[in-house]
Design a protein around this ligand. Structure first.
Ligand code: NAP
Length: 311
């Protein structure tokens, strides 16, 4: 036998249920780093399945989650959160002792509620959330470096098999991510302020500007460089995915929204009463917050295909 015996991949067969931005990026990263013996992709539409095969994202494509999960030692659910319960019901009979189910959903308590009950005894469930993304969707949106130097948060419920958590950790680390573990409720609160509320605000601003544009025949699009453009990028994010995020992280989002409205009202008052020092103080604090984000290297995700992106 040669001294350079080929190392075994981390997983023999990986079922990717959903091969959109996140699923396709994971497929490309797993291929690049030799983490999966075989990959089976599951999508709803025939067009997506054709793309998955054309782009070499999976060895097989199916529309049936149960067929994808059959014989897979790792199942990764990468669909919008509203689909999880049906997917859980479909894959449950195919899961064997020792198989691992994980996911990438942006909300974690709802995922544990919807998918958890379908995981049979002996199989392991390790919910996860890579904090990485772009505003693009579908199998063509993915790129292998999406997770590099990004956090991936795992939220294993108490009692989860430590070996399964270790294997899912190893998967994300091999894709270049930094992995941490957190309680699901805490995750949902943190993400409500760092991701969900900013998306809600972007959707609102762009929608308000859209109404203004049609009522005043103004030129919002032409002069959008003054800040508005960045909001339009975020507000172009997938409507179904984000509908499901808000419906499934209702409590935490409403709480953050309440705090945000109070702060907005305070700002409104400062403007009305000409309290420049209040405005200046707040803007100085937010500038310092930006600096802390930069220091954490979490300031942006660069799609390498976009013009001007760092290589
Ligand atoms: P996406 O690009 O829109 O892709 C969604 C995938 O799920 C597609 O392959 C789609 O198939 C499939 N799908 C949709 N409904 C389905 C159903 N009922 N049954 C089976 N497959 C179905 O979505 P994404 O951005 O990758 O997001 C996927 C998950 O990742 C979400 O849970 C989201 O919360 C999470 N996430 C997203 C981001 C982000 O920035 N986008 C970041 C972190 C985590 P078709 O193409 O055939 O419709």
């Amino acid at each position: 036998m040669s001294a350079q015996a080929k190392t075994e991949p981390l997983f023999k067969k990986v079922a990717l249920i959903g091969v959109g931005l996140i699923g396709s990026s994971l497929a490309l990263a797993m291929r690049r780093h030799g983490l999966a013996g075989r990959i089976v992709g599951c999508t709803r539409s025939a067009e997506s399945r054709a793309k998955v095969l054309e782009l070499g994202l999976a060895d097989e494509a199916t529309q049936d989650p149960a067929a994808a999960a059959e014989g897979a030692d790792l199942v990764v659910v990468c669909t919008p959160i509203g689909t999880y319960e049906d997917i859980g019901r479909a894959i449950a009979p195919k899961l064997r002792p020792g198989d691992i189910v994980t996911d990438v959903g942006s909300v974690k308590q709802a995922v544990i509620r919807d998918l958890g009950p379908f995981i049979p005894d002996g199989a392991h469930f390790v919910p996860g959330h890579p904090i990485a993304g772009t505003e693009h969707s579908g199998p063509e949106a993915g790129f292998a470096t999406l997770f590099e130097n990004r956090w991936c948060i795992l939220t294993p419920p108490p009692g989860t098999d430590a070996g399964a958590v270790e294997k899912v950790t190893a998967l994300w680390q091999a894709c270049g991510a930094m992995v941490t573990a957190m309680e699901a409720r805490h995750h949902d609160q943190v993400l409500a302020i760092t991701s969900h509320l900013p998306h809600l605000i972007a959707y609102t601003i762009v929608s308000t500007a859209d109404d203004v544009e049609s009522s005043l025949q103004s030129e919002v699009a032409r002069f959008s460089a003054g800040g508005f453009r960045d909001f339009t990028r975020i507000a172009a994010s997938d409507p179904i995915m984000w509908r499901d995020v808000f419906l499934n992280n209702r409590e935490a989002v409403l709480e953050m929204l309440q705090r945000f409205s109070e702060d907005l009202t305070a700002l409104q008052r400062a403007i009305r009463w000409g309290e420049g020092d209040v405005l200046e103080d707040m803007f100085r604090r937010t500038r310092a917050a930006r600096q802390r984000v930069l220091e954490e290297h979490q300031a942006g995700t660069f799609d390498p295909r976009e013009p001007g992106a760092p290589k």
